[in-house]
Design a protein around this ligand. Structure first.
Ligand SMILES: Cc1cc2nc3c(=O)[nH]c(=O)nc-3n(C[C@H](O)[C@H](O)[C@H](O)COP(=O)(O)OP(=O)(O)OC[C@H]3O[C@@H](n4cnc5c(N)ncnc54)[C@H](O)[C@@H]3O)c2cc1C
Length: 394
C-alpha cells in the first residue's frame, strides 16, 4: 500500500518536494492556506525573476549562512540541475550580465509556476487550497475546516515572516513552540536600511541608483548597486551585508558601511588620474577624470568635510571608502527574506525534526540566510529536491 505524505504550504520548496516524490510509492496532498499556491514566488517574479545564480556550486555554497546547513542539498541539486530541470519543463533560462539566472525573456512568472504545477499534476499530487493548518490533534494535522489528517510523513514548508500579504506570516511559530521546538523571532534579512539623508540630498537623488559600487561592513565586501530612497539605501550591494549590518545595529544602534565609489580603480590609479588632471576644481576632476556621476559626487560631498574635499589624498581615500551610517533596518514585512524561525539544531541532516520524527521543515521557515541573487529560490528548490529523494529512498 502507498504511504501518505502531507505537504503544508504551497511555496517553491513545497512544490519542488511534490515534484520529486515518487508517485508509485506515495499519495501526496499539498495544503495551502491561500486560494492559490506560489504567491510569494510570483511576487519574486515581479521585480526580475532571479531564479538562481550561475557561479560554480562551490562558490554558491559559500554564500549561505551557515554553510554546512545547505551544502549537501545544493550539491545534490545544484544551480545547473535546476536550470536543466526547468528546461525539461519547457522553461529555458539565461545568464544575465551579473551572472544571475532568469527565465528566458518573455516567459512570465505565472508560466514558470504553471509549468511546475503541470509537473505536479502529472505526478498525481492533490492540491487543497484554502486549507490553513492550525495545529495538531495527537499526531493528526488539523486544518481550519476542522478536518484531521493523519499521514505517514509531513513536510512543512510554511515560509518566512515577510510580505504577509502572500500568506507567509510566520503565525505558525507558536504551534512548534508548543511542541518544545526552539524558535527564533523573525528578523528582516535582505532589506533596505535607513539613512538620515538631508532634505536637499534627497530632493536631488531619491530614486537614483549608485551603480558599480562595492560596499563593505566588518571586512565583508559586496559589489553591486544600491538605490537611494526616501528611507535610505536598498539594493543587492547592501542586502548581502545584512548579517553584519544587523549585528552592528543590534549592538550599537547604528552601523557604518564603507562605499567604494570606484571599485575598478586601485588607489594608485585613482591618485594618478587625479594628480594628472588639468582642471583646478576637485568637482571637475572627479567628474571628468574619475568619471563619478552626479549622485556619487553628491554622496561624496555629503560625507566629506570641505577641507577633505579640497585635498586630493583625503578625497581619494573617501572615494575608495566612503562611510555611510545606517540607523535602522526596514520593517519585517518589507524584507525580501527573513532569518529566524525554526532553530537549525532542531533539524537533522534531512531537515527532519528530531523531536517529531517523520515531520520535516524546509524552505525559508528555518534560520538560514543567503543574499539576493537567486540564492533564496535555489535553496528552496534544493531542499525540496533533497527531501523528495530522501523519502523516495525509504
Ligand atoms: C519582493 C520579493 C522578491 C524576491 N525576489 C527573489 C528573487 O528574485 N530570487 C530569489 O531567489 N528569491 C526571491 N525572493 C525570496 C523567495 O521568494 C522566497 O525565499 C521563497 O518564496 C521562499 O519559499 P518557501 O517555499 O520557503 O516559502 P513561501 O514561498 O513563503 O511559501 C510558504 C507558503 O506557505 C503558506 N502557509 C503559511 N502558513 C500556512 C498555514 N498555516 N497553513 C497552510 N499554508 C500556510 C503560505 O501561504 C505560502 O504560500 C523574493 C521575495 C520577495 C518578498
Amino acid at each position: 500500500m502507498k504511504k501518505s505524505i502531507s505537504i503544508v504550504g504551497g511555496g517553491p520548496s513545497a512544490l519542488m518536494t511534490a515534484a520529486f516524490l515518487d508517485s508509485s510509492k506515495f499519495d501526496v496532498t499539498l495544503y495551502e492556506k491561500n486560494k492559490s499556491v506560489g504567491r510569494k514566488f510570483l511576487v519574486a517574479g515581479d521585480g526580475g525573476f532571479n531564479i538562481t545564480h550561475s557561479e560554480s556550486i562551490e562558490e554558491m555554497i559559500e554564500r549561505f549562512t551557515p554553510i554546512e546547513f545547505l551544502k549537501e542539498a545544493l550539491t545534490e541539486f545544484s544551480n545547473e540541475d535546476l536550470r536543466t530541470w526547468l528546461e525539461e519543463l519547457g522553461i529555458p533560462t539565461f545568464e544575465g550580465s551579473s551572472h544571475r539566472v532568469y527565465p528566458e525573456e518573455g516567459i512570465k512568472p505565472i508560466e514558470v509556476l504553471n509549468a511546475i504545477l503541470k509537473k505536479l499534476d502529472a505526478n498525481g499530487t492533490k492540491i487543497k487550497t484554502e486549507h490553513t493548518w492550525t495545529g495538531w490533534n495527537k499526531d493528526a494535522l488539523v486544518f481550519n475546516d476542522s478536518t484531521n489528517v493523519k499521514s505517514d510523513y509531513t513536510i512543512f514548508a510554511l515560509g518566512g515572516g515577510s510580505w504577509k500579504v502572500t500568506g507567509s506570516d510566520g503565525s505558525w511559530s507558536n504551534l512548534f513552540e508548543e511542541k518544545n521546538i526552539e524558535m527564533l523571532p523573525f528578523t528582516p534579512a535582505n532589506c533596505a536600511y535607513k539613512v538620515d539623508w538631508t532634505k536637499g540630498f534627497l530632493g536631488r537623488n531619491a530614486g537614483k541608483p549608485l551603480k558599480n559600487i562595492s560596499m563593505s561592513c566588518f571586512g565583508n565586501e559586496q559589489k553591486g548597486e544600491a538605490v537611494i530612497t526616501e528611507f535610505g539605501l536598498e539594493g543587492n550591494a547592501i542586502y548581502a551585508l545584512s548579517p553584519q549590518i544587523q549585528e552592528l545595529l543590534e549592538k550599537k544602534g547604528e552601523a557604518t558601511v564603507l562605499i567604494d565609489l570606484k571599485p575598478t580603480l586601485t588607489m594608485e590609479v585613482l591618485l594618478e588620474k587625479m594628480y594628472k588632471a588639468r582642471v583646478p576644481k576637485t568637482t571637475d576632476i572627479l567628474r571628468k577624470y574619475v568619471k563619478l556621476g552626479p549622485s556619487k559626487l553628491d554622496l561624496l560631498k555629503l560625507n566629506t568635510t570641505r577641507e577633505e574635499f579640497m585635498d586630493i589624498n583625503s578625497v581619494a581615500k573617501k572615494v575608495k571608502a566612503l562611510p555611510v551610517t545606517l540607523t535602522a533596518a526596514a520593517s519585517l514585512d518589507e524584507a525580501i527574506s527573513t532569518t529566524g524561525g525554526i532553530v537549525l539544531t532542531e533539524l537533522n541532516e534531512n531537515y527532519e525534526l528530531s523531536k517529531l520524527p517523520n515531520n520535516f521543515c524546509i524552505g525559508e521557515m528555518s534560520d538560514w540566510n543567503a543574499p539576493t541573487g537567486g540564492y533564496l529560490l535555489q535553496a528552496c528548490f534544493s531542499m525540496g529536491s533533497k527531501i523528495g529523494h530522501h523519502l523516495n529512498s525509504k
